[in-house]
Structure formats: C-alpha cells, structure tokens
Design a protein around this ligand. Structure first.
Ligand SMILES: NC(=O)c1ccc[n+]([C@@H]2O[C@H](COP(=O)([O-])OP(=O)(O)OC[C@H]3O[C@@H](n4cnc5c(N)ncnc54)[C@H](OP(=O)(O)O)[C@@H]3O)[C@@H](O)[C@H]2O)c1
Length: 313
C-alpha cells in the first residue's frame, strides 16, 4: 500500500517574511463533507497580493493566522463531492477560487458556488490563472463605465490584471491606450491597444498618443502616481479606478473596485466563456512546479510579469 496516498502537498508558511518563509508540507488528504467539493488541483495562479499578505503588509485588511497556506486561484478535476452536492460530480473539470488561502496545493476543498465548469478550449494554465486577475480586470473596467468610442488609459497594461483589462475594455468598444515597457508593446499592438512607454515624460507620451483627443477614463493597476497623472489629464474622478493606490483613493475620492467587487462564480463563468470563445487571451508568462513556489514568487516580485505565472501541483 502506498503510504503517501492519504497525504497531499501544500504551500505553507509559519510567519511573515520574504519568499524564504515559503515551503511545502505534507498534510492528511482532506475529504469533501456536506456542502463541499474536493478538487485535485491541476494549476494555481499566483498574485502579487499574496506576496504582500505574506510580508505582513496587508495585516489590517487581510489578517493572517499561522501556519498559513497560500493562494486563491485554481483549476482542477473533482475528486469527490459531499453527499448533498448535485451541481458537480467526480471527474468534472472546474475552475474555481478559494476563500481560505490554500489553493497552492495538490488538493483543495471549496463550496460549489466557488466553482464553474472549465470550458473545453481553456487550457489548465489559463484556467488556473483566471480568477483574481480576471475578476479584478472585470471590476475595474466596469467601474469606469466605458461606452463605445470612449478613450481609456490603462497602466500596467501587460501585467496579470492589465492584460485582461485592456482586452475587456476593447470589448466595450473603447479605444485603449496601454502603458507598458517596450518589450510588451508588440503584444499590446496585436490586441489593438496603443502602447505608451513609462520611461521619460509619460504625460507628454500620452498626449502624443491621444493626438489632440481627451481621455475619458483611467484604469490604474500600477500605483506610482498614475492617479495624479489621470487627474492632470483632466479625467473626471468618477472615471478613474485604481486597484493599488489606496492613499489616492482617500485623497481624491476616486474608485477602488477590484477583485472583491466581482468575486462570483457568475463573473468567473463569463470570463471563462470569453477565453473559450477566443475573445480573451490570458498570456502565460511561465509555469513552475509546486515545489518551486519560491522561484515563482521571486519572478513575480520583479513586477514585470506579462500575464500570469501559474503553479502546476
Ligand atoms: N485591489 C485588488 O482587488 C487587486 C487585485 C489584483 C491585483 N492587485 C494589485 O494590482 C497590482 C497589479 O497586479 P498584477 O497581478 O497585474 O501584477 P503583475 O502581473 O505583477 O503586473 C505588474 C505590471 O506592472 C507593470 N509595471 C511595472 N512598473 C511599471 C511602471 N512604472 N509603470 C507602469 N507599469 C509598470 C509591469 O509591466 P512592464 O513589464 O511592462 O514593466 C507588469 O506588467 C499589484 O500591486 C496587485 O497587488 C489588486
């Protein structure tokens, strides 16, 4: 008998710190009790917010208890379901989200309303990286109320959230200007987004890209003074949304709609369908086995990821 078959591997840390605190533990394999679904995780995306929580920077908003697991995003195959579950069955391929910071593991248990079926053309990597970035981009685009012909500027336009926000904004009929480093300009142009570098005088570069028109909205996924820049460009505060600059939210009364504003299976399902239909690309920057979780976060914390980094347990 395989002594390990009742165990599973999961990411854990026991105190706040840099990536070094992350390690893999073996735990007793969980079961699906009443109202629960047990999933064998095939892919789990990673997000900068998890690094900030692990460093202890977000203790007020998202308090930690130790030992802590990590991760919200996942996709996988259902292993078993609680006796009362009818919406899903073992063998179903699903995309989901955990509310317990524990998706970076071989198994995860969630409630059925945290799952949607994985459409067939969505790869495991894309599925596993979809939830946090996708719902955040969805909420941020919705917050600035785009309509056909609007001009919207997106900072961090090729990152995990930004790469999805520019595409969703295009779907709303907007003209999109994306702020990103030069290596990402080709990808932005491919998606009919006007690329602008953040090197040098960004305000001047944006004015050149706007060629005499006025921008209607700004989606900030970077911080770094972009909210002030949006205000300087004459964009109305009710059409500026940031997912990171909370000091500017307080100061200028702009919007701060992010993942929490769209964290539902319904939105996840809508996003998954867009990916399946070929209308939303989730660029996969790199995948790492679960055992290399530290390397994955070292790469993410360079803050130049194009799209998503995904762990493969
Ligand atoms: N509030 C929420 O609900 C919520 C949800 C998700 C994420 N977030 C936060 O939002 C931020 C972005 O998340 P993410 O997942 O998209 O991160 P990410 O995948 O690491 O992307 C970061 C992007 O920032 C760009 N960047 C770096 N320096 C820049 C600069 N000076 N100006 C403009 N762009 C710059 C990089 O582009 P280049 O490579 O082109 O430099 C990179 O593509 C993080 O701080 C995260 O914690 C908030």
């Amino acid at each position: 008998m395989d002594a390990n078959k009742d165990k599973y591997k999961a990411v854990r840390y026991e105190h706040f710190g840099h990536v070094d605190v992350l390690h893999i533990v073996e735990l007793p394999k969980p079961a699906a009790n009443k109202g629960e679904v047990l999933i064998r995780v095939k892919a789990a995306g990673i997000n900068p917010g998890e690094a900030s929580i692990r460093e202890g920077f977000l203790e007020k908003q998202f308090p930690s208890t130790f030992p802590s697991g990590q991760g919200t995003d996942f996709a996988g195959v259902i292993e078993s379901v609680g006796a009362d579950i009818t919406a899903f069955k073992p063998g179903d391929k699903v995309i989901g989200f955990s509310n317990n910071r524990n998706s970076q593991a071989e198994y995860v248990v969630v409630k059925p309303d945290q799952l949607v079926s994985k459409p067939p053309k969505v790869s495991w990597e894309q599925a596993g990286g979809l939830f946090v970035a996708g719902t955040t981009a969805y909420a941020a685009v919705r917050a600035v109320g785009l309509k056909e012909g609007d001009i919207v500027i997106v900072s961090g336009a090729a990152g995990g959230v930004g790469s999805l926000a520019v595409q969703i904004a295009k779907k709303r009929g907007a003209k999109v200007i994306g702020i990103a480093s030069a290596p990402n300009h080709h990808w932005l142009k491919k998606h009919d987004v006007i690329p602008v570098s953040y090197d040098g005088n960004i305000e001047e570069s944006l004015k050149i890209a706007l060629s005499g028109s006025k921008a209607d909205a700004f989606i900030d996924t970077s911080g770094k003074g972009y909210v002030e820049l949006a205000i300087k460009l004459g964009i109305s505060v009710d059409r500026i949304n940031t997912i990171i600059d909370f000091a500017a939210v307080e100061k200028y009364k702009i919007k701060a709609e992010g993942s929490a504003a769209a964290s539902t299976a319904q939105v996840l399902g809508e996003l998954a369908q867009m990916v399946n239909d070929g209308g939303l690309e989730i660029p996969i920057a790199k995948t790492y086995p679960l055992s290399l979780v530290k390397d994955a976060y070292i790469e993410l914390e360079k803050h130049h990821t194009h799209g998503k980094i995904v762990l493969i347990p």
